[in-house]
Ligand binder design. Sequence first.
Ligand SMILES: *[C@@H]1O[C@H](CO)[C@@H](O)[C@H](O)[C@H]1NC(C)=O
Ligand SMILES: *[C@@H]1O[C@H](CO)[C@@H](O)[C@H](O)[C@H]1NC(C)=O
Length: 364
Amino acid sequence: MKILVFLVLLGLHSAAAVIHSMKHIFTVSSQVPNFPEYVVVAMVDDVQIDHYDSNTRRVVPKQDWMNRVTEDDPQHWERHTARCLDDHQLFKGYIETLKNRFNQTGDVHIFQWMVGCEWDDETGDVNGFRQVGYDGEDFLSWDVKTNTWIAPKQQAVIIKNSWNNDKERLAFLKHTITQVCPGYLQKYVNYGKSSLMRTELPSVSLLQKTLSSPVSCFATGFYPDRAEIFWRKDGEELHENVELGEILPNHDGSFQMSVDLNLSSVTPEDWRRYECVFHLSGVKDDIITKLDKTAIQTNWGKTGFPLGAVIGGVVVLLLLVVGITGFFLWKKNKKGKDGFQPANTSDASSSSPSSSSVGVQNTT
Ligand SMILES: *[C@@H]1O[C@H](CO)[C@@H](O)[C@H](O)[C@H]1NC(C)=O
Ligand SMILES: *[C@@H]1O[C@H](CO)[C@@H](O)[C@H](O)[C@H]1NC(C)=O
């Protein structure tokens, strides 16, 4: 599950002001019921831009603004689709190779490849990454600085050595990630800028589950995911008796987060000294919510607001988000980064990862 952690870090990292990112995530599974054997997704600034799977066999845009790619590249979707079709067999070969290497038979297995790049639109700095995961664990990764593969697992050492010996291939991988990928990224960010660069303020509510529970300051509906939320007392940010939640995605593309304040040792007269502050990056005015008993939505019926449902919903959402984004991110990781290609189908230890495609787009 290190990959998950890695993804979370990536997410936070890409949240820094002017760093844009693109990743491709390729996922091959065997014997997962009701899930396509092969799925490819690409993300720009953590927004999914397209989708391919082995059931539909077609790459489709997931954002309206991605339709603009055909303006100067009319064959974009056809070419991308052909690439995905080809790569399916390659990735399938990888999973077979790894099953052998781990002495595994039937059962459910998942192989993920993530590849991508980051581009700082102020400094022009470029970064890149490739990661391979097998059955939920990091298997191989590529380091852009040293242009070498790293094997966290003993079973990956032979493959790693072989790939590190193929200098020509390494040079190609580096080129695609540090030159080709950022070119596409800039183009796509330009197409999507009115959407990707928008800011949306959230609605902020105070929620409390039971009389003795902490008061949760809950902000939902904001974009992008570069935001802060905290409690203040007499104008000073509080660090004690507070618990800050993670930023989580809503299914409409916006985000939510919350911060809890434990008020068990605060007298009712002192409540008015507290307020919750929400700050969205790039927006001057914060949303300030005073701690006011009458404004708190509770579970026990005062406001008639179904707080239980809200909190329950949030918990379920959290679990879903952790599960789903974990899964998708993971996928992304594997393939997405720059469409790190899997090595040969016949033997992953053979030196050349097939298409080396850095991204299913041409960038691969
Ligand atoms: C796989 O199985 C073979 C033969 O049964 C055995 O020699 C080998 O050590 C096993 N490898 C692993 C990684 O378990
Ligand atoms: C709130 O603080 C009190 C006193 O410090 C502590 O006993 C209680 O467990 C805390 N409640 C929560 C939910 O953390």
